[in-house]
Design a protein around this ligand. Structure first.
Ligand code: AMP
Length: 211
């Protein structure tokens, strides 16, 4: 049915900060579904459901059309391989910065080792500066890498800077401003045009109001 709309979200910041926006356009998840461990949440709007997936999987669900729309951090979108997604709106939520961070008084060597989950963004950043780099892919706790000598510096998301400070690190360079974006499946944009456009416009009005 073309009236059915599936929206992919990820647990944590994105879900928490997207729910008020959804409520603002009249979509509320079933409270029982939300409080339990369900991965598919029904809503008060007939034909609209939410799927809760890993943050890094949101672009995949949307690009294959398993979800018509999704909310994903720009950090995740920059790492996503494959066809670029249609990204009509900056939701201006889950804001933070992608930063190069390391020790305050220790200059980086000519070919630094950089520990990060954000391999593509880190590589692109050093390539753009014309610098050599060795990237070490980690899946979490990047701050540990310089402390134990695994890396000279890290590339990670920074919000308050508390995590860096707690581990004796400082921000060195800003790589990108990050916020959550609305992404839309290209086929859904055509085949479910009216329903998708109504949602995108609804979100856009709310984002504008919040500015
Ligand atoms: P903070 O200590 O406030 O600088 O937060 C840094 C930690 O929180 C990092 O390890 C990030 O992985 C995570 N973080 C901060 N902001 C975001 C965000 N907008 N989206 C996802 N993770 C974030």
């Amino acid at each position: 049915m073309t009236g059915e709309i599936t929206i992919a979200l990820s647990k944590g910041r994105i879900l928490e900060q997207t729910l008020p926006l959804l409520a603002g356009i009249g979509i509320e998840p079933d409270p029982d579904d939300l409080s339990g461990r369900k991965l598919i949440l029904g809503t008060n709007r007939a034909g609209v459901k939410l799927v809760v997936v890993r943050a890094t999987d949101v672009p995949t669900y949307v690009s294959y059309g398993a979800a018509d729309l999704g909310v994903a951090g720009k950090d995740v979108l920059m790492e996503h391989q494959g066809e670029p997604l249609y990204e009509p709106l900056d939701l201006n939520i889950a804001r933070c910065k992608l930063m190069l961070a390391g020790y305050a008084h220790r200059p980086l060597p000519t070919r630094p080792r950089i520990a990060t989950k954000y391999v593509n963004s880190a590589r692109a950043y050093f390539a753009q500066r014309g610098s050599q780099v060795e990237i070490i892919k980690l899946y979490g706790s990047m701050e540990l890498a310089p402390i134990v000598g695994l890396a000279d510096a890290i590339v990670d998301l920074v919000d308050t800077g508390n995590t860096l400070r707690a581990n004796g690190l400082v921000p060195l360079e800003e790589i990108a401003e990050i916020s959550a974006r609305l992404v839309v499946n290209r086929a859904a944009m055509k085949l479910k045009h009216d329903a998708v456009t109504a949602l995108v416009d609804g979100f856009a009005d709310l984002v504008e109001l919040a500015r």
